[in-house]
Design a protein around this ligand. Structure first.
Ligand code: ADP
Length: 392
């Protein structure tokens, strides 16, 4: 075997030659493995044997180009193997010339590119997969964007509603303030004339008349107190002072001084934690302490009241707790007691108007805090409220 023949035979690429009519004239070992035909069975046969149905006219076209002296370089195509299976190849075909330069045939070098094609196919699948993922992500993104804009809309609507509520609240408060303020004067007149009536005519009319006048005097006095309460409620917002450093120890001492008589009368014990300096309005905080401690002293059982005022720092705010050993509250009614004129007892059981806690809550809210109660019937109550610490 010549050197050239042995090089051709040891090549990994299929090297074939054929005459211009397509008759196979040489067939190396790699061609045997690649196409599955032994040299002896295919030599002299037509190259059309390898033709793939998907590339029917291709061989004729290639031969035509060869006849015209052209080359076909690295052309990816398909071929049929002896067992009927398909093989993907990269083909380079060039003309064979005789000594006179005439084209007498073609030689072709074919490389098995099945693996490369499979890789390309995998890569294509991968790209398709990425594309599908991207589309899915885009969809999720769109949905998220819609959700966000929907939320923004809801938030805006909520803000608008809350502004509306604040406005109508302010209107109502204004109305309550004006109404109670203006009612005070005629009421004062009714009350003083009723008292005059009572003083002048007590015992001069019949017994019933005395009773009726008594009721009217009582009613007028109560109405005055209610109106004062309403005014005090409306004043929390209208006449509150600017918030500043407020020493709660001092506030408590002032409160206890105001409540001294009751404390002594009831032999009550009032204790407290060290109290902090908060951001507040001292006058309003005195009202707040007074309403809560006053209630703790009022709603007691058949034992001297024991009241403790605690203060702990939680999540950068002060949580105050006013705890008593009194009658407690049925938990179902606990939410109601912070509303104006809401009471859980009759006036004969415990005196009062049902305004104190509403004012207390409003004061806490004006200070940016929250207020709530924890209680069980018969086991004392603890009223909590939060205030912001004073930061110099
Ligand atoms: P008032 O004390 O004039 O009734 P409040 O607004 O201060 O009005 O209280 C509302 C109601 O809450 C009271 O009537 C009472 O039923 C209940 N309450 C308030 N404080 C206490 C307490 N410390 N223990 C038990 N019940 C309480």
């Amino acid at each position: 075997m010549s050197l050239l023949a042995s090089i051709i035979d040891s090549s990994d690429d299929a090297i074939i030659s054929k005459s211009l009519d397509g008759t196979i004239t040489s067939w190396n070992r790699a061609a045997e493995t690649m196409y599955g035909y032994k040299a002896e069975e295919i030599l002299g046969k037509s190259i059309a044997l390898l033709s793939h149905s998907e590339r029917a006219d291709e061989m004729r076209d290639i031969l035509q180009r060869i006849k015209e002296g052209q080359r076909v370089d690295h052309y990816d195509t398909l071929r049929l193997r002896s067992d009927g299976s398909t093989i993907a190849i990269s083909l380079t075909v060039s003309p064979i010339r005789d000594l006179g330069g005439n084209i007498i045939g073609a030689s072709s070098i074919a490389r098995d590119i099945t693996q490369r094609k499979q890789g390309e196919e995998k890569f294509r699948h991968f790209l398709e997969h990425i594309d599908a993922e991207k589309k899915a992500l885009d969809r999720v993104n769109d949905e998220l964007r819609m959700e966000i804009s929907q939320r923004q809309k809801t938030e805006e609507e909520l803000q608008a509603k809350s502004r509306e509520l604040e406005r109508s609240n302010a209107d109502l408060e204004h109305f309550a303030y004006i109404a109670s303020h203006d009612l005070q004067e005629p009421l004062r007149m009714v009350a003083s004339y009723l008292e005059l009536l009572a003083k002048r005519y007590q015992g001069q009319l019949d017994e019933k008349a005395d009773k009726f006048i008594g009721y009217a005097v009582d009613g007028a006095a109560r109405m005055q107190k209610l109106i004062e309460g309403l005014l005090a409620y409306a004043r929390v917002e209208r006449q509150g002072k600017a918030l500043g450093a407020t020493d709660c120890e001092a506030v408590l001492q002032a409160t206890l001084l105001n409540l001294q008589v009751t404390i002594e009368e009831k032999s009550a014990r009032v204790s407290h934690d060290p109290l902090p300096t908060v951001l507040g309005d001292a006058d309003q905080l005195t009202i707040l302490f007074q309403n809560l401690i006053g209630n703790a002293l009022k709603f007691c059982q058949n034992q001297p009241p024991c009241v403790h005022i605690g203060a702990t720092m939680q999540d950068s705010e002060w949580v105050f707790a006013v705890r008593d050993n009194g009658i407690g509250i049925v938990p179902e009614h606990a939410g109601r007691i912070f509303m104006m004129f809401q009471r859980l007892h009759t006036r004969t059981q415990y005196a009062g108007l049902g305004i104190g806690l509403a004012i207390a809550k409003k004061i806490v809210e004006r200070h940016g805090g929250r207020m709530w109660v924890e209680a069980q019937s018969g086991q004392g109550s603890t009223f909590f409220f939060t205030l912001r610490p004073w930061k110099a």
